[in-house]
Design a protein around this ligand. Structure first.
Ligand SMILES: NC(=O)c1ccc[n+]([C@@H]2O[C@H](COP(=O)([O-])OP(=O)(O)OC[C@H]3O[C@@H](n4cnc5c(N)ncnc54)[C@H](OP(=O)(O)O)[C@@H]3O)[C@@H](O)[C@H]2O)c1
Length: 322
């Protein structure tokens, strides 16, 4: 396992484990998944993963409970990251919600407490006042944000009066927005970009095509899995496979290596089974050659999916089975 080179209370592994899937029916993993989830966590620990990401929103607290229980006594050794869903995130609410998350996780201190998304009405000044108190009393070690643009990330830092260590954002080969400003800022200021959906929810695994789409409500609502976009992704997946073959690896591992190439980026893929966790952890050790990276960039640029408003009628038709 590799780790971010930054001064943090505990080392942060380049590959972490995302746990939205835990306790969330919308991924469609069935009743047996709760047992597998615990196995995934235990295997991640064996493999040197130290970053475990959850949120109060995931399964309405179930993800935090499943993760906390599975970590057992190892909770204190790793970085347990959770998120407040910012419905009225004024200082007293932030404090109460952190206490509730810590209780569900079974920890005395949340290693990284993140604001799940920017609230359009409540300013970060009051949210960060709550965060500062949580740090002062020792309930929170580091503060993070999620889905923040650069301007608001920096504003949150000014409001906290301390570093906001990380910004968790969608980042993968086919969602490259963070390369414009968030990643350069993280590198220059000693911060971290936490890449969520680094496999584009499994699109980049190459497992799916128009005749074999994934199940579950989350991916039925994701335009990348429209039959048309799965077809448009053929060349991109072929390039991933070509690079993967040269490393005796899989397309997913190469997609992870692509985002991890930046020193201040860590990725938190979710996993539907232990074997995926093993492969994802191993991806931290893959070094892409410059020409391989360039081929991936070119293939990603050439991929033109139907997204945004244009995808809406197609998503509805797909939902209705038409
Ligand atoms: N802050 C936010 O707003 C936000 C938003 C979204 C997610 N997140 C966090 O980020 C985490 C990851 O994002 P995500 O779950 O949306 O997307 P992801 O990590 O890109 O995709 C996860 C899915 O990809 C498939 N997969 C994983 N490893 C694989 C491998 N080695 N080979 C083949 N397939 C593999 C699995 O699905 P199948 O096996 O079923 O194909 C898995 O459930 C979440 O768990 C959550 O913690 C945060």
């Amino acid at each position: 396992m590799r780790f971010v080179r930054l001064d943090t209370p505990k080392p942060i592994s380049k590959i972490g484990l995302g746990t939205w899937q835990f306790g969330s029916r919308e991924w469609g993993y069935g009743a047996d998944y709760e047992r597998r989830a615990a196995e995934i966590v235990r295997r991640a620990l064996d493999l040197g993963v130290t970053l475990f990401d959850t949120a109060e929103l995931y399964g309405f607290g179930r993800s935090e409970r499943i993760l906390g229980a599975a970590l057992e006594d190892d909770r204190a050794k790793v970085v347990v990251a959770s998120k407040i869903f910012p419905l009225l995130p004024v200082a007293p609410v932030v404090q109460q919600r952190a206490v509730a998350s810590a209780a569900r996780l079974g920890v005395d201190r949340i290693d990284l407490y993140q604001v799940h998304q920017a609230n359009p009405v409540v300013a970060d000044t009051t949210t960060m006042r709550g965060m500062r108190t949580l740090q002062d009393v020792g309930l929170v070690a580091e503060v993070g944000v999620s889905n923040y643009d650069l301007r608001r990330w920096r504003f949150a830092e000014a409001a906290l009066g301390r570093r906001v260590l990380s910004n968790q954002v969608r980042y993968s080969m086919i969602d490259r927005g963070p390369e414009e400003d968030l990643i350069p800022y993280a590198e220059q200021a000693g911060r971290i970009v936490i890449a969520y959906s680094p496999l584009a929810q499994g699109f980049l695994s190459g497992r799916y095509d128009a005749s074999n789409p994934p199940s579950g409500a989350v991916r039925r609502a994701n335009p990348y899995f429209l039959p048309e976009n799965l077809a448009r992704g053929t060349e991109l997946i072929a390039t991933l496979r070509e690079v993967a073959d040269a490393h005796d690896a899989t397309p997913s591992q190469i997609a992870l290596a692509y985002v991890l190439r930046h020193p201040n980026v860590v990725a938190i893929p979710g996993a539907s089974g232990v074997e995926q966790m093993e492969r994802n952890a191993a991806a931290a050790d893959i070094d892409l050659a410059d020409d391989e990276y360039a081929a991936l960039v070119a293939a990603a640029h050439a991929f033109r999916p139907v997204t945004g408003l244009a995808a809406m009628p197609r998503l509805i038709r797909a939902r209705l089975g038409k």
